[in-house]
Design a protein around this ligand. Structure first.
Ligand code: C5P
Length: 287
């Protein structure tokens, strides 16, 4: 394989609902996911032997990376021994931030591997391989605007989010996904997303209708130590966002702006306090 490079877009959750706990320990989800222009860069090339992931100090030592797990699953699926591989990540998306940054990298690697070793493989098959290493992986392979159900792997394309800008802002702490899921009592949520209403608004190209329905049930599980999430949401609205909400299991908050000028200005202002503030745009489904 020649050295191949791909963008690895992150995602946000426009809506996130948790319906219940499943016998397999995961939770039954219903979400509206959106891929965004903020992304990492993934490069891969063959090397003599072994699997090398070059990603700075982001990968916990002694643990097999998700990239390696996914590559092994890919070559097992096509019935071919895995060649030596070197994967280089240029990180831009904050890690452990609710933006699917890690899943996006693995999704980009799987697309590179398909392109090189199994171009005839369907995207659905690649999504099934991705699911073996993470629940967000199928959507990160799929892209665009989609409803995600089950663990997150049952995807239905939705009409694209109308033109808008997103401002993402990550406070300076992390929220471990597993810990937040462990606190879930679905029957105790007081405010659930109106997914049908959001899908109707998407179909009508009605940005106001979509943003008025941004909702993430994980917000109800945040403690006083996570107060800043709500502070940032308020700041984004004050700065001109139509609405703002936390993405995934957090802690990144995103605001949706109808125009670029106000969004860029909001980035300027928030960057003074939060180094991890980014401007992004919604992306259409990947081909
Ligand atoms: O699938 P993934 O490894 O990304 O999930 C991380 C953790 O989040 C799981 O170990 C599980 O605790 C929780 N999770 C869940 N239900 C889902 C997705 C994730 O409980 N649908």
């Amino acid at each position: 394989m020649e050295q191949t490079m791909r963008n690895a877009p992150a995602k946000v959750n426009l809506a996130l609902d948790i319906l219940g706990r499943r016998p397999d320990g995961y939770h039954e989800m219903r979400m509206v996911m959106q891929s965004i222009s903020l992304g990492d860069l993934v490069e891969a090339e063959e090397q003599e032997s072994g699997f090398l992931l070059d990603a700075g100090d982001l990968i916990p030592a002694g643990k097999k990376s998700l990239e390696q797990q996914a590559a092994e699953a890919f070559f097992a699926a096509i019935g071919r021994p895995m060649p030596g591989l070197c994967v280089h990540l240029t990180k831009r998306v904050p890690a452990y931030a609710g933006l699917g940054g890690g899943s996006g990298d693995v999704a980009a690697l799987l697309r590179i591997l398909r392109e090189t070793y199994a171009p005839e493989m369907s995207t659905e098959e690649l999504e099934r391989i991705g699911l073996q290493v993470g629940s967000d992986m199928p959507f990160c392979i799929h892209g665009g605007t989609a409803r995600a159900e089950g663990r997150g792997e049952r995807l239905t394309d939705l009409p694209p989010l109308p033109d808008c800008c997103l401002v993402l802002c990550k406070p300076d702490f992390g929220i471990p996904t597993g810990e937040l899921f462990a606190k879930v009592r679905p029957e105790a949520f007081t405010r659930r997303p109106d997914l049908a209403g959001m899908e109707q608004a998407l179909a009508a190209g009605d940005l106001d209708g979509v943003v008025s329905r941004l909702c993430n049930v994980f917000e109800e599980l945040l403690g006083p130590e996570h107060r800043e999430v709500f502070v940032i949401e308020e700041r984004l609205r004050d700065l001109g966002a139509l609405n703002a909400v936390m993405s995934g299991s957090g802690p990144t908050v995103f605001g949706i702006f109808p125009g670029e000028d106000a969004a860029k200005q909001a980035v300027e202002v928030l960057k003074r306090e939060y180094a991890q503030t980014f401007l992004a745009y919604p992306l259409k489904k990947f081909d």
